[in-house]
Design a protein around this ligand. Structure first.
Ligand SMILES: *Cc1c(COP(=O)(O)O)cnc(C)c1O
Length: 363
């Protein structure tokens, strides 16, 4: 359903709202990949990777950038760069670094997540400050704060720039570093009507994904000062992330970076349309005003069914989504789902919730 896609429209096409990672590379990306100028990136000789890194650094007004295979690796490299073993890292309870990265900060970096819940996932300094450990030799020491913008598991919520900057400034005053898990930072920038450079300037490091809403098949970027990126480059190799003629992937990344941000507004409009339609259905609870980017999370308790049951029934109607909690369903809009797809999803959900609850869940 991507504009420029070769396939004919199909009424029974699967509407895949599980994540914005499910997008397929566009014809322009595939053409650029086929034509990419490449070299051995472990020798620093891949011109397309070098171009992507330089362009990302320029867009974010940073000294340097590093292309990494995944967002998880980018976050882990930042944590490795800003901490020592036995340190603590403060993050929101439902942060991706805490829940979905295989505890790599503990297993690989040797640090402890110190988590705190925050409304809508948006931390404020008053929630962070009490968690900072005292400078006593028998206390593990706080080294880093990580923020997530947009916040995935809270429904794509966006940090007001002043709140994020306040955290950065006060953390710096307390001798802490601040890393941004900006997997979807372009969605945040679009929602705020500001540039990515403007909303990230106070962070010590930033990671963003090319492979989410921007639609590239693979890749994320880590940004920071020269010395930080130099160290991350060494550790990327140590983690097995040294890649060779990877300009083939960077070529798609460059197109994602240049072309995709301007169309994210459509994903946000589709998410809002989806949220309004969902809110009108009996048994579904959500506040459409909460939906400001491309993630819609809604409560299905009122249907008498679990999120997993709802997802399974929707899959039977070729609408894919995922359970983000026992009673919460998550749907994510992206460039491979258009308004027709969203309307098809809404009518499938309306049918599912109108059906009688399965006996197993009725009591
Ligand atoms: C997807 C995601 C990541 C990690 O990205 P991968 O490329 O899947 O490793 C990190 N943070 C957030 C908030 C994400 O949504």
């Amino acid at each position: 359903m991507h504009s420029g896609r070769a396939e004919a429209p199909n009424k029974n096409a699967v509407v895949d709202l599980r994540s914005d990672t499910v997008t397929r590379p566009t014809p322009a990306m595939r053409a650029a990949m086929a034509a990419a100028e490449v070299g051995d990136d472990v020798y620093g000789e891949d011109p397309t990777v070098n171009r992507l890194q330089a362009r990302a650094a320029e867009l974010f007004q940073r000294e340097a950038a590093l292309f990494v295979p995944t967002g998880c690796m980018g976050n882990l490299l930042a944590i490795l760069g800003w901490t020592q073993r036995s340190n603590e890292v403060i993050c929101e309870q439902r942060a991706h670094v805490n829940l979905y990265e295989l505890a790599s900060m503990s297993a690989v970096a040797g640090v402890m997540p110190r988590t705190v819940p925050a409304p809508s996932g948006i931390l404020t300094w008053d929630r962070i400050e009490p968690l900072i450990r005292e400078k006593i030799y028998y206390d593990s020491q706080t080294a880093l704060v990580t923020l997530e913008n947009t916040h995935n598991m809270h429904g794509g919520t966006v940090y007001p720039t002043a709140v994020a900057e306040d955290i950065c400034e006060r953390a710096h005053d307390a001798g802490l570093r601040v890393h941004l898990d900006g997997a979807r930072i372009f969605n945040a920038a679009v929602a705020l009507g500001k540039s990515v450079a403007e909303i990230t300037r106070k962070f010590d490091s930033v990671m963003f994904c090319l492979s989410k809403g921007l639609g590239a098949p693979v890749g994320s970027i880590l940004l920071g000062a020269h010395e930080f990126i130099k160290q991350a480059h060494i550790r990327r190799k140590m983690l097995g992330g040294g890649m060779r003629q990877v300009g083939i992937l960077a070529a798609a990344g460059l197109i994602a970076l240049e072309a995709s941000p301007k169309r994210l507004v459509l994903d946000h409009e589709n998410a809002r349309h989806l949220a309004k339609g969902l809110a009108a259905l009996k048994g579904i609870a959500l506040d459409p005003a909460h939906v400001v980017t491309n993630i819609v999370i809604f409560d299905v308790r009122g249907t008498g069914r679990t999120a997993a049951q709802i997802c399974e029934q929707l899959a039977g109607k070729t609408v894919l989504c995922s359970a983000s909690d026992k009673y919460s369903v998550r749907m994510v809009t992206h460039c491979d789902v258009d308004r027709t797809g969203i309307d098809a999803a809404l009518s499938a959900i309306a049918q599912v919730v109108a059906d009688k609850a399965p006996a197993a869940a009725a009591h």
